[in-house]
Every structure is written in C-alpha cells, then in structure tokens.
Design a protein around this ligand. Structure first.
Ligand SMILES: [Zn+2]
Length: 290
C-alpha cells in the first residue's frame, strides 16, 4: 500500500510532467473506480493541469477550479505510457491479490495533448482504486476526515498529543488511523515503532512520557526522512526503493539491524506486520494467526 512518502514522490512527478498539459481523452475500463457518477473523469477532457498535491495517501490532480482526487487504496498506483511504448500495457490480468504477480492492469487511462498517457492501475484482487471529480477536495470523505500530517512543517507536538495521548487503542492502530494522523500505513508504522522501541500492541494510553517523546520524534523523523529519500525516484522504481529502505517491515526471519535478534511476524487487524522482540516487547512473542 502506498503511504505518504511514495505518494509524495508520485505527486511531484505528476506535477513536473503534467503541469500545463490538457486532457485529450479519458478511458475508464472499470466503472467501479468512478466515485462521482454525475461528474465522471471524462468530464475533465479539455481541462489543463495546474498542479498536483497530496492529502494523506490521496493524490489530487488540480485543473484550475476542478480537482481529480485519486484514492490508491491497497494496491493502486500509476504509470506512464508514452506514445506506443506501452510497457506492460497489454499484460494479462492476473487477478491475484498480489502486487508482485505481474504488471498491474490499468483501470483508467488519461491521455494528454503531448501524446503521453497516465494510467492508474490496481494490482489487487478487488478494486480499491477510486477517482472523484470535485470542486473542493474536502467533498471527498477520505480527504475531509484526515487528521494532521506529520510531514507538514506546521505539525506540532500538540497535534501529535491530541491524536495519541490517552487513546485506549493499540498504538500501531492509532498511527495507521487516517483520522488521527494522515499518510501512515502498515509499513511506516512498523518502522516508526521499531525505531521508537515501542511494542506495536501497547495501548496508546499506557505509554510513558519518555515513550511519547520518542514516538513523536520517530514519527516525524521517519516520515520526513522517507519523503526526502523518495524524492526524485521515478514512480516505476518507488516500490522497490521503499522495500529496500525498510528495517523491519517485510523482513521477518532477518536480523534486526539494531540488536541482532530475529525480526518476527505478528497478526495485526486483517494483515501481518513485523517487529523485533528484543527491541520492542522485552523478548515477548506476539500472536501470529496461521
Ligand atoms: Zn532489535
């Protein structure tokens, strides 16, 4: 799932490549991605891109007064098709809920007046990509509900405390909750908690003052340095760069770079996450559903 550092890099590339370009055609190959039926993406034909920005994990392609808000969901992403150079464009649909199973199918193709085309893809077994055309991004529920973004220079300790302190909820769940903190998902919450040496299943309300200090510093530090690290990486390489940068996430069975213990899986919500027992849980093993 793309999180704020990858979406930030995607948005920068969209801005650099598309600013000033006008849409010449929109092809929606999967009707379920259109969330604003009365105002489909094709209503933007003839409109010119004036900017691109990010709201949490959502992409906002700006056309003057109109916004195309793209929710990438679990397995959504974007790629370019230049002229007839359709890399992976005609690849068979795998249908597997596995982003590595092969080139993801394009569910939406947007063509521009320079002959280039932007495709939004979804590698999941069900469609989680969503496109909305609105006058105000806050018309999209997923944008309206967003909490403060730790990458925002204005993000303060008071913002963090409002989101976290006293919450009777596991701290990993709080970090990933978009209403509390915008942009963080399963991967970066694993990284943040490992660096902060805090158990992912500790209740936020039970954290000590020292733990809250560390968690604030590592939340801001992890996200801002990841954004810095992804800057300028072409969008077709971002996933690989993200995977390579992870210290614990996705690394079960490997050695913790801090203490040398073995990184382990545990079950969290509907997925699997990773932690280091020595660094984070005093050696205790967290439950893993097979
Ligand atoms: Zn460790």
């Amino acid at each position: 799932m793309p999180e704020s550092p990858e979406v930030d890099a995607l948005v920068e590339e969209l801005r650099a490549r598309l600013a000033g370009r006008a849409i010449t055609d929109v092809d929606v190959l999967e009707f379920r991605v259109t969330k604003t039926r009365a105002r489909p993406p094709s209503s933007l034909v003839g409109e010119r891109v004036t900017g691109a920005t990010r709201h949490g994990k959502l992409v906002d392609l700006v056309f003057g007064e109109a916004h195309l808000v793209v929710s990438l969901g679990r397995h959504g992403w974007a790629r370019w098709r230049d002229g007839d150079d359709a890399v992976g464009f005609d690849a068979p649909v795998t249908g597997a809920d596995d982003a590595d199973a092969g080139p993801a199918p394009a569910l939406v193709t947007i063509e521009f007046d320079d002959g280039s085309a932007l495709e939004f893809t979804d590698a999941g077994g069900w469609v989680s990509l969503g496109l909305s055309v609105v006058d105000d991004p806050a018309e999209v529920q997923a944008v309206a509900k967003l909490g403060p973004d730790p990458a925002d220079p204005a993000f303060s300790r008071a913002d963090f405390d409002r989101a976290v302190v006293g919450r009777r909820k596991q701290v990993k769940a709080v970090l990933q909750e978009q209403e509390s903190l915008a942009g963080i998902g399963n991967a970066y919450s694993d990284e943040i908690l490992h660096t902060a040496k805090i158990s992912p299943v500790a209740h936020a309300a039970a954290l000590t003052e020292a733990e809250l200090d560390r968690l604030f510093d590592t939340t801001v530090g992890t996200i801002t340095s990841a954004i810095e690290g992804r800057r300028g990486i072409p969008i077709d390489q971002l996933k690989a760069v993200k995977v390579a940068a992870m210290r614990v996430h996705g690394r079960a069975g490997e050695t913790c770079p801090v203490c040398g213990d073995t990184i382990r899986d545990f079950s969290f919500a509907s997925t699997t996450a990773q932690y280091c027992p020595t660094c984070q849980t005093n050696g205790e093993q967290l439950p893993l559903r097979e």
